[in-house]
Every structure is written in structure tokens, then in C-alpha cells.
Design a binder for this molecule. Sequence first.
Ligand code: HEC
Length: 111
Amino acid sequence: MTVAFTRTIAMVCVSAFACEALAAGDAAIGRDLAKTCVVCHGRDGIGNNPMIPNISGQSEQYLVKQLQDFRAGRREDEQMSIIARELTDAEIANLAAWYASIEFTVKEPGN
Ligand code: HEC
């Protein structure tokens, strides 16, 4: 089986002043990397306690930004800051692609 990986460079502008060049993530690689996240975020990205946010189906750009912010110290959390410190740009992109690719459905109450 031949697997072709394509890497696209996209300009992601999170604000008018902060545009960062990002390699588009690979969800399959991200799935493998996410084994270290499962203990808190669950296999499916659903947090396993009320203080751990659900990250499945979240926008890829948002996930990339949060992980970059934890790594840079712009966002702080005693657990995530330590975890994100070790992540490379490529790992962040791949993890974000994986969690963004998990389908998440929303149902309003009473419907
Ligand atoms: C030890 C538990 C723990 C582990 C392991 C962990 N996280 Fe987290 N994560 C948290 C907590 C707690 C928060 C909420 C932080 C806050 O309140 O600001 C969080 C927040 C996040 C957020 C922000 C979500 C949002 O809605 O803003 C992302 C993205 C995230 N984690 C990704 C990951 C990834 C990817 C991994 C694996 C590399 C991982 N986490 C591993 C506990 C963990």
C-alpha cells in the first residue's frame, strides 16, 4: 500500500498582527501522538473530568493556537503548559488535525 503525504504550507492569521506559517497537520500521525493525551482528554477528545475541556471536533486553527499559546506561555495551565513545552510545530499541527477530524455532533436540549 502506498501512502502519499502532502504537506501544504498555509498562512494562518489569528489576528491582523499575528500571522504564522503552519504546515497542515496529518491526522494519522496526530492520532499516534495523541496517546499521551488520552489519560486526560480521553480516546475521543472528551475530557475525563469537568475541568478538562472537550477538544474533539474543535477547529484545527483554534487547537493549533491554544497549543502554541501554552508552549509560549501566553496561556497558562499547570498541566498543559508542561505538556505543550515539549511539542514541536509539526507535532502541534498533527495533533490539531487529529482532534479536529473527530466528528462531534451537538443537540440542543428539548429537541
Ligand atoms: C494531565 C492531564 C492532561 C494531559 C495529559 C493533556 N491535557 Fe490538554 N488540557 C488539560 C487541562 C486541565 C486543560 C484545560 C486548561 C485550562 O483550564 O486552561 C487542557 C486544555 C487543552 C487544550 C485547550 C482546549 C480549549 O478548549 O481551549 C488543548 C488544545 C489541549 N489541552 C490539548 C492537549 C493535547 C494535544 C495533549 C497531548 C499532547 C494534551 N492536551 C494532554 C489536561 C491535560
